[in-house]
Design a protein around this ligand. Structure first.
Ligand code: GDP
Length: 315
């Protein structure tokens, strides 16, 4: 069985550990968001592809959610002694090797797809990991500064990491998306998959930028009958992250049903959490088959159960 999954970072990483038990190896293609990518100290950092790689490569830190286990932050601490303001994006010492490698290869002319595949190979990731595009797409958050009320136009990482999501969000843009081209294999993997899975990822800053790349939304919509999603919104809020602050700004209700309705033209099945079971009739009334299970993925067994429940909706 071939599966194509659209993925952000942490929620996707947890879930994909379960899905890879059912679909091991390259029959699973993971199409990962790159609109969170950011240049830090001149290094190209790809937070979502690295999260998925670290989770699937079994070096993730489940407690912290992002980055690697047994990580140290000596280089970042040292940087902070030189310029506290420059070290706002904490890069771990082991993690730095990934960014050094990526930046060097990109500077030498390799594509983001090639570099992402090399890094995934290093960590023994069996799935095929594709960045959504090799081109630059950047999620920009238009907001109002919490203290001064001045309008701000921030890179997503500045909004989320540097300013801790404290500013009032007015809108979200995906700069560069219209000119971007899907990375090699993205459209074909969607067209050829037996099943398509939208991971429990942020619909605004993880899945939204993937769908905004010309051709991707249409490719998924053409496979709607084979596509299932898992809600990252549980009990009216995200399990982690800032989706609740971004979703209202783009008109998505912060409920498991609101996200399902947002994906209505793309998915024919939706898995939500047990606590949201009461929303099943509403989701089904918009033409989407719906079921509930415990989706809080505290370990790989739970992630596998979530993956099985999602696939069961379509098979
Ligand atoms: P990020 O860019 O690393 O934050 O990546 P994602 O977009 O993949 O992750 C955020 C989304 O994952 C949020 O909507 C979270 O609620 C969701 N999420 C994280 N852990 C879980 C979980 O255990 N269960 C469910 N259902 N959603 C989760």
């Amino acid at each position: 069985m071939k599966v194509a999954a659209l993925a952000g970072g942490i929620g996707a990483g947890k879930f994909l550990r379960g899905l890879t038990r059912i679909v091991p190896g390259p029959d699973l293609t993971v199409i990962v968001n790159v609109a969170d990518d950011v240049v830090v100290h001149g290094l190209h950092v790809s937070p979502d592809p690295d999260s998925v790689t670290y989770w699937l490569g079994d070096v993730f830190d489940r407690g912290r959610g992002w980055g690697r286990r047994n990580e140290s932050f000596r280089a970042t601490q040292e940087l902070r002694t030189i310029d506290p303001d420059a070290a706002w994006f904490g890069l771990g010492d082991l993690d730095l090797a990934t960014h050094l490698f990526r930046t060097g290869r990109l500077a030498a002319g390799a594509s983001l797809s090639e570099v992402t595949a090399s890094i995934a190979r290093r960590f023994g990731v069996g799935a095929r990991l594709l960045p959504a595009t090799d081109d630059r797409v950047e999620t920009r958050i238009e907001c109002v500064a919490q203290l001064t009320g001045e309008p701000l136009d921030l890179h997503f990482q500045e909004y989320w990491v540097r300013r801790a999501a404290r500013d009032r969000v007015k809108g979200v843009r995906y700069d560069g998306a219209v000119e971007a081209v899907p990375a090699p294999g993205v459209l074909a993997s969607i067209a050829e998959a037996d099943l398509i899975v939208v991971c429990p990822s942020n619909p605004v800053v993880s899945i939204g930028p993937i769908l905004a790349i010309p051709g991707v939304r249409d490719a998924v919509a053409a496979r709607r009958r084979a596509a299932v999603g898992i809600s990252g919104i549980v009990g009216g809020g995200p399990v982690s992250g800032m989706a609740d602050k971004l979703m209202p700004a783009v008109g998505i209700e912060v409920t498991a049903a609101g996200v399902a309705e947002h994906y209505r033209e793309l998915l024919s099945a939706w898995l939500l959490d047990d606590v949201d079971r009461g929303l099943i009739p509403r989701v089904e009334s918009s033409g989407i088959r719906c079921a509930a299970t415990d989706t809080i993925m505290v370990d790989d067994d739970r992630a596998e159960a979530v993956a099985r429940a999602a696939l069961a909706l379509l098979t």
